[in-house]
Ligand binder design. Structure first.
Ligand SMILES: Nc1ncnc2c1ncn2[C@@H]1O[C@H](COP(=O)(O)OP(=O)(O)OP(=O)(O)O)[C@@H](O)[C@H]1O
Length: 257
C-alpha cells in the first residue's frame, strides 16, 4: 500500500518561499485528505511541489509505490487539453500518456467507459471540449486524471464548477475509488461541508504554513473556523449524521438583534 509523508516541505516561485516547513503525518492509500485554507494560502503551490512541478526544500517520503514519483498525478484547476479534442479523445490520450505504450488495449477502453459512466458524462463523450460548459469541462478533466492510473492523486478544487448533485457524485466516486484501488487522494477544496462529508483527514494551510492536521471531524471546528476564516460557525450533524458547518456570520460582523 502506498504511503506519503511530507517532511519540512517548501516551495515558491522566486527567491522567497510561498509555502514552507510543511511536515505532515503519514498518509496511506485508501485515505482521502482534504487540503483547506483561505485564498492564496498555498494549497496549489503545495500540490505542485508534491507533483514535482515546483522545486523546494524538504523531503517527500513515498513508500510502497509501484511507480515511484510517476504515480503522483496532479489535476490542475483548469484543464490543459486542446479544445478541439472530444471528451473521449482527451481521456484516451490521457490514458495513453500515462505509460504502457500507445497500443489501445481492451482494458483501456473498459476503464474509460467505466470512468465516463461513473461520472455521468457518457452522453457528452463525442462533443469537443471547447463547446462544453464549465462544469462539463471539469468532469472531463476529472476523467482524464482518473484514467492515468494514479497511486497518489492531487485534485485541485475538482468540484468548484459543479452543481450540488454532481459534487456529491464525483466526491463519492473518488472516495470509492480510493478505497477500492488503494489510492491516496488529496483534494484542495473550499467547501468545508464536502470536506467533512468525504475526507478522512484534513490539512489546514494559512499563509504558506500548515496550521493543523488530523481527522476532519476534529480539525474542522468552531475554533479553527474563527481563527483561520474569521467566521462564527457551528459544526453540527445533519439528519443523516454527517457533520455540517453552519455559518452564523463573520467574526467582525455585528449580530442581528
Ligand atoms: N505562477 C506563480 N508565480 C508567482 N506567484 C504565484 C504563482 N502561482 C501562485 N502564486 C502566488 O502564490 C501564493 C499562493 O497561491 P496558491 O495558488 O498556491 O494558493 P491557493 O491556496 O491554492 O489559493 P486559492 O484558494 O485562491 O486557489 C499566492 O500569493 C499567489 O499569488
Amino acid at each position: 500500500m502506498v504511503s506519503l509523508q511530507l517532511k519540512g516541505v517548501g516551495a515558491g516561485y522566486g527567491r522567497t518561499l510561498t509555502v514552507s516547513g510543511v511536515t505532515t503525518p503519514v498518509f496511506t492509500g485508501g485515505e482521502v485528505v482534504a487540503v483547506i485554507g483561505p485564498n492564496a494560502a498555498g494549497k496549489s503551490t503545495l500540490f505542485k511541489r508534491i507533483a514535482g512541478l515546483l522545486k523546494g526544500p524538504g523531503e517527500l517520503q513515498l513508500e510502497g509505490s509501484r511507480k515511484g514519483e510517476a504515480g503522483i498525478v496532479y489535476m490542475p484547476q483548469d484543464t490543459s487539453a486542446s479544445p478541439a479534442l472530444t471528451v473521449y479523445e482527451s481521456v484516451l490520450l490521457a490514458r495513453k500518456q500515462h505509460g504502457g505504450g500507445w497500443a489501445v488495449r481492451p482494458e483501456d477502453l473498459a476503464l474509460i467507459d467505466e470512468t465516463l459512466a461513473s461520472l455521468g458524462i457518457r452522453d457528452i463523450a463525442f462533443r469537443q471540449l471547447g463547446e462544453l460548459s464549465g462544469g462539463q469541462r471539469q468532469l472531463a478533466s476529472i476523467a482524464q486524471t482518473l484514467v492515468r492510473d494514479p497511486e497518489v492523486l492531487l485534485m485541485d478544487e475538482p468540484t468548484s464548477a459543479l452543481d450540488l448533485h454532481r459534487q456529491l457524485q464525483v466526491l463519492a466516486f473518488t472516495r470509492e475509488l480510493a478505497r477500492r484501488r488503494g489510492l491516496l487522494v488529496f483534494i484542495a477544496i473550499h467547501d468545508l461541508n464536502q470536506a467533512l462529508r468525504f475526507s478522512d483527514q484534513t490539512l489546514v494551510l494559512a499563509n504558506g504554513c500548515l496550521c493543523a492536521s488530523g481527522s476532519s471531524s476534529t480539525v474542522i471546528s468552531t475554533e479553527m473556523l474563527s481563527e483561520i476564516y474569521q467566521v462564527n460557525a457551528r459544526v453540527e450533524p445533519c439528519s443523516r449524521g454527517t457533520l455540517q458547518v453552519i455559518v452564523d456570520g463573520m467574526v467582525d460582523e455585528p449580530a442581528v438583534a
